[in-house]
Design a protein around this ligand. Sequence first.
Ligand code: BJW
Length: 233
Amino acid sequence: MTYKRIVILTGAGISADSGVDTFRDPDGVWSQYDWQEVATPEGFARNPVLVHDFYNMRRAGLAEVAPNAAHTALARLERDSHAEVLIVTQNVDDLHERAGTTNIIHMHGEMKKVRSQCDGHVLAWHTDLSVDTPCPQCGEPGCLRPHVVWFGEMPFSMDRIGRALAECDLFVSIGTSGNVYPAAGFVAEVRAKGHAHTVEINLEPSEGHSLFAETAYGRAAETVPQFVDRLLR
Ligand code: BJW
């Protein structure tokens, strides 16, 4: 393997084989919930009880799932390759970390964290959250929110991601439909800034599939380990 800096963007499709619902597939999260009600700051302001219930249910669901072969293969890539491997995930689950990945950015936040709206303080959180939960910092009820990025909010660590995209020599996109920006624009950014090889691994061609130099289609739990085996050979 000749690559020195690898950036891997992951989306809901990598966790699908673990039993976590994707968003836009026919039986996905957005077929059951209106994203404007549960994934916008305006929805949270209108009905915080509904939004807390939505995230409480998904947070509790994490106890029922485990990393699959795709998460494990990416952790193996980080551990066994000489390249610097950075995972930029849009996922709010913790399956990459549970598989052993350490160099990771959760650009859309993390389900097992909450944030104080009073002072921006971020806390690890493993139980249900409600409008009555007092903030451990200030003692006020109602000031904690899920530490996730909703539509209209700025994703996290964009400066660090921008630098990594500019410097990488391999960019791989796994399990994302390419519907949501800025992540959907990363492949174009990589192509504009450098000479990195670009690879899409997904169940089916994404919105931006034609921008990738190489593509592989199939279930992530099968395609990602094969791809990693090839890189490590
Ligand atoms: C498998 C598989 C298997 C299935 N194996 N694969 C017009 C242009 C540009 C931008 C905008 C625009 N209009 C509005 C915007 C902005 C907006 C946006 O993009 N809207 C679009 C809908 C048009 N974006 C934002 O508001 C973002 N913020 C922002 O832009 O700030 C300004 C800014 C500007 C410039 C630079 C920087 C910032 C914030 C977006 C926040 C998204 N939040 C959510 C919820 C997070 C919390 C939570 O989980 O509840 O993030 S929405 C949801 O979508 C979640 C996901 O991370 C995200 C992406 O979804 P993903 O991962 O791609 O999942 P799916 O379901 O779409 O696709 C799964 C794929 O897997 C499919 O292709 C399947 O085929 C595949 N698959 N099984 C392999 N077994």
